[in-house]
Structure formats: C-alpha cells, structure tokens
Design a protein around this ligand. Structure first.
Ligand code: HEM
Ligand code: HEM
Length: 137
C-alpha cells in the first residue's frame, strides 16, 4: 500500500484505536452520552477511511491523481473537525455547532470529490483494465 492509500489506512487505524478507547471508557463509566461521537469515529473514521484505502490500493490510476491527495487532506481535516466537534457538543457545549456544520459539509464535499475520482477511474477503459489486473494479482 502506497501514497494516498497508505495515508488513509494509517488514519483509519488511528481512528479505530481512538474510537475503541472511547467505547471502552463509555462502557466502563456506564455513561453513553458520547455514543454519536464513538459511532462516527468508528464508522466515519475507521470504516470509511479503510474503504478509501483499499479502493486507492486496488486502483492505482485513482491513487496517482492529484485530486486523490486533495480528497485525503479534505477528509482528514474535516473528519477531525467532525469528531472533535461531536465530542465537544455531546460534552454539553452546543456553541460548537457551527464548526460541526462546516466540518460535516466539508466531509460531504470530500466524498463528492471521491465519487468523481472513483467513477472517472473505473469508467475510463484504460484504467478499468489496469484496475482489473491489480485486483486479480
Ligand atoms: C472496544 C470495542 C468497543 C466498545 C467497548 C464499544 C462500546 C460501545 C458502547 C458502550 C456503545 C453505546 C451503546 C448504547 O448506548 O446503546 C457503542 C455504540 C456503537 N458502537 Fe461501539 N464499541 C466498540 C467497538 C465498536 C466498533 C469496532 C464499531 C464499528 C466499527 C462500533 C460502532 C458502534 C456504533 C455504530 C454504535 C452506535 C449504535 C447505535 O446507534 O445504537 N463500536 N459502542
Ligand atoms: C456529513 C457527514 C455526516 C453527518 C452530518 C452525520 C449526521 C448524523 C446525525 C445528525 C446522526 C443522528 C445522531 C443522533 O441522533 O444523536 C447520525 C447518526 C449516525 N450516523 Fe452519521 N453523519 C455523517 C456521516 C456518517 C457516515 C459517513 C456514516 C457511516 C459510514 C454515519 C453513520 C451513522 C450512524 C451509524 C449513526 C447512528 C449512531 C448515532 O446515533 O450516532 N454517519 N449521523
């Protein structure tokens, strides 16, 4: 795994560890107020990033595009904004909502960018062939 794929997988593993630590602390304290934070760290942080990592690993043409680097950094910054914002919000500070809103919209924009990168790579005939070869290796 190289480049953007490796970046996404590194980020995914960090989110897995942070999210499970929060889950354990919720379970041990029997205080589940941070459920949405834990849920989003696990699924948006760990699972989404891992899916992006495997996609870029399997489709080198997508990984080598400059847009993929933009996708990584937009997803990285906005996801940190989202999970830190959620933690603060569910810690009882609703004034963080604007930061949360902007971060969520930025994460959405990153995913729209990913849709463009992924579909363009998969539907271009040259790339589709390369992707197929990589997947069967
Ligand atoms: C050390 C491992 C984990 C612990 C101790 C843990 C703990 C918890 C706790 C205490 C809750 C709140 C349950 C409730 O109040 O109903 C929860 C919810 C949740 N967890 Fe975990 N969790 C762990 C791992 C994971 C993993 C690996 C994922 C996903 C990849 C995950 C995804 C979720 C989701 C999506 C919810 C919200 C479920 C809902 O909406 O009802 N958790 N977890
Ligand atoms: C733009 C990004 C996102 C926004 C603004 C967002 C917003 C929300 C909101 C408002 C809730 C309800 C929370 C509550 O009732 O307390 C929720 C729940 C949930 N979302 Fe998201 N979400 C986003 C991305 C995602 C993604 C990418 C996933 C999965 C890959 C996901 C999985 C979940 C799950 C499993 C729940 C139920 C657990 C919970 O109640 O927190 N979300 N989300």
């Amino acid at each position: 795994m190289q480049g953007v794929a490796r970046n996404f997988f590194t980020m995914a593993v960090i989110y897995a560890l942070v999210g499970m630590t929060l889950g354990l602390s919720m379970a041990m304290s029997q205080n589940h107020e941070q459920l949405p934070t834990h849920a989003h760290i696990m699924v948006l942080g760990w699972l989404m990033s891992a899916v992006f990592a495997f996609f870029y690993h399997l489709v080198p043409a997508a990984r080598n595009s400059k847009l993929a680097t933009i996708h990584f950094w937009l997803a990285a910054v906005s996801s940190v904004g989202m999970v830190v914002g959620l933690y603060i919000l569910y810690g009882g500070n609703p004034s963080i909502e604007p930061v949360l809103g902007i971060s969520a919209m930025a994460y959405f924009a990153a995913t729209v960018l990913f849709a463009f990168i992924a579909l363009r790579a998969l539907w271009s005939s040259e790339t589709a062939e390369t992707a197929g070869q990589t997947a069967t290796r």
